[in-house]
Design a protein around this ligand. Structure first.
Ligand code: 3HC
Length: 293
């Protein structure tokens, strides 16, 4: 089977990035979300990100038009998946929502199609089990910003067939990404390391070890990270980090993964990072301003 048509579920931060790279690689893409405003925002983001390369001569207007022409925004789930060879899901990290969506998608999608979730931590095996094709269900975990980051973590659930892994490896390579194969475990490989590391930076802020800007500077220059951990926390979204931390505690039954109280308090205040205009930094001005704790 050759994969030609891809349905991307969700037009948010990850979904529009995935649709972008799939269309850029030549696939026919349907990007689905539940409200027109989310689709419009997703399409506008893809256009803006493609145009970054225009001034630098890395891409032509004709190429941009062709890429955008390969993406069809759709509201109806059936319309999105009915002729798909591959469905990549990037909807909110809510277990119940994922399970009901996958049950529907499985019913509406051709039998040959592969189903892939971009979940950052939820069990692939649990999602596969609500479909009639667990051997063709897999994790395909992208990183933000999707057009820039070079990795796809491929996650094999309990029943995922080796053939499915190989097909997803091939698609990922066509998208210009390197892959690693991870057996299912909470957080897979990257978030298993990243989330406790960011949480430790937040514990340190909470204890007054350093200011937000000094902690970021220390890790950026001392470890050569492209962003300090608190800038990265705002970039990923504090709500996502809290969700993953709580999920880790539930799954591992180990308090070493617990979320710092400060993280929980910030999420409760709605200060969830860049997307909210406020997190460890205030983004209302021209340059991000660190908060004092
Ligand atoms: N789309 C397309 N291109 C983009 C982009 C986007 N959203 N954001 C940046 N770029 C491009 C720029 O145009 C530029 O291209 P060029 O090299 O051709 O000039 C290049 O990327 C570098 O961008 P900038 O010069 O604007 O800025 P930086 O050099 O500071 O890089 C960054 C920005 C790539 C975001 C860098 O800071 C970075 O790598 N940060 C770390 C990101 C990270 O760790 N992501 C993983 C998060 S964890 C995750 O996603 C998993 C989840 O499950 C939690």
């Amino acid at each position: 089977m050759e994969i030609k048509k891809i349905a991307v579920l969700g037009a948010g931060q990850m979904g529009n990035g995935i649709a972008h790279v799939c269309a850029q690689a030549g696939y026919e893409v349907k990007m689905r979300d539940i409200e027109q405003q989310f689709l419009d925002k997703g399409m506008a983001t893809i256009k803006k990100n493609l145009e970054r390369g225009l001034k630098k001569g890395k891409i032509t207007q004709n190429e941009i038009d062709a890429i955008l022409g390969r993406i069809t925004p759709v509201l109806e789930l059936e319309e999105a998946v009915k002729d798909a060879d591959l469905v990549i899901e990037a909807i909110p990290e809510i277990v119940k929502l994922k399970l009901t969506t996958w049950t529907e998608v499985d019913r509406l999608t051709p039998a040959h199609a592969i189903l892939a979730s971009n979940t950052s931590s939820i069990s692939i095996t649990q999602m596969a089990a609500v479909t009639q094709r667990p051997e063709r269900f897999i994790g395909m975990h992208f990183f933000n910003p999707v057009p820039v980051m070079g990795l796809v973590e491929i996650i094999k659930g309990q029943a995922t067939a080796d053939e499915t892994v190989e097909m997803i490896r091939e698609v990922s390579q066509k998208l210009g990404k390197e892959t690693v194969l991870v057996n299912e475990a909470p957080g897979f490989a990257v978030n298993r390391l990243l989330v406790p590391a960011i949480n430790e930076a937040i514990f340190a802020i909470q204890e007054g070890v350093a200011t937000v800007e000094d902690m970021d500077k220390a890790i950026k220059l001392g470890l050569n990270w492209p962003m300090g951990p608190l800038t990265l926390a705002d970039f990923v979204g504090l709500d996502t980090l809290l969700y993953i931390s709580d999920y880790f505690v539930d799954e591992f039954k180990d308090s070493k993964y617990r979320a710092p109280a400060l993280l929980r308090k910030m999420v409760r205040a709605g200060w969830v990072g860049r997307k909210a205009g406020k997190g460890f930094y205030d983004y209302s001005g021209n340059t991000p301003k660190p908060l004092r704790f």
